[in-house]
Ligand binder design. Structure first.
Ligand SMILES: [Zn+2]
Length: 273
């Protein structure tokens, strides 16, 4: 069984502000180690349950956060950007299931640490058809195109709720209780890692028993609506053929399938910023 572990940083326990997830800061140096240890816990639990191939994809900022020298040597590691599938690089390579570690709630969520969708500077909201989604939904939908279920997610209580609403049967590990955008009541990393390890084992065993989470299927072609934070961002993206301007801050486009929608969304988000 081959598992893809997609990793973000805002949903790591102890992280409550941007400084802690900004590459190069001393705080980031501290949390990238904890992030790596959380991933090792997921690898350990999955392998305990019989997974024999693991691909870890670093999905935060420049995708160079996880410390390869501290990473469990049984996993392969995707880092650097841009890569064809970004946060879920490798999803098209015969993966059976996925885990999302260190994820955060979508932009606009109340009581959610560092809530945002793809880019805190530019994106206000994203809809796939009429479904309002954040990074969990966008990435899970691309996984869904490849028939890959997302079995486990770790992060705060708000992203856990968001994941459960989108993906029936997903197992979540709540590593901190957000009390605001920049505040949370956090579990100690050692406690988190023991929960992730147990959760990973449980999620894989459930999948093997035919009780894994549902694959997130989005009806195709996919209509993607993006609301930006300001009008000039929509102005910049409007030059892309196929983009339709809906209002001052909103654009819409249609893609034949979810991977194409993902690439188009990334193009739009990049151009907007
Ligand atoms: Zn991130």
């Amino acid at each position: 069984m081959k598992l893809l572990i997609s990793v973000d940083m805002e949903g790591i326990s102890g992280v409550v502000n941007w400084e802690q997830v900004k590459p190069g800061t001393s705080e980031w140096q501290r949390f990238r180690r904890i992030m790596t240890e959380d991933v090792n816990a997921a690898i350990g639990g999955a392998m305990d349950a019989g997974v024999n191939e693991i691909l870890v994809s670093d999905g935060h900022w420049n995708s160079d956060n996880i410390m390869i020298d501290l990473l469990d040597s049984r996993a392969r590691f995707n880092c650097g950007k841009p890569s064809p599938f970004a946060m879920i690089q490798g999803v098209d390579q015969q993966v059976d299931a996925a885990f999302f570690i260190g994820f955060h709630a979508r932009a606009g969520t109340q009581t959610a640490v560092l809530d945002h969708t793809w880019s805190n500077a530019t994106i206000a909201n994203v809809w796939l058809n009429d479904l309002l989604v954040g990074e969990t939904g966008i990435n899970a939908a691309v996984c869904g195109f490849f028939d890959v279920p997302v079995l486990l997610l770790s992060g705060d209580q708000s992203v856990a709720r968001e994941a459960k609403d989108l993906i029936p049967g997903i197992h979540t590990v709540i590593v901190k209780e957000a009390t605001g955008r920049f505040a949370a009541n956090c579990l100690h990393p050692k406690e988190v890692q023991s929960l992730i390890r147990e959760g990973a084992k449980f999620a894989i065993q459930s999948y093997q028993n035919g009780q894994g989470s549902q694959v997130l299927k989005i009806k195709q072609p996919v209509e993607v609506k993006v609301e930006f934070k300001s009008t000039e961002m929509a102005d910049r993206t409007q030059i892309i053929p196929g983009i339709q301007r809906l209002s001052g801050k909103e654009i819409i486009f249609t893609s034949e399938d979810m991977p194409t929608a993902y690439q188009m969304f990334r193009t739009v988000a990049g151009l907007a910023g």
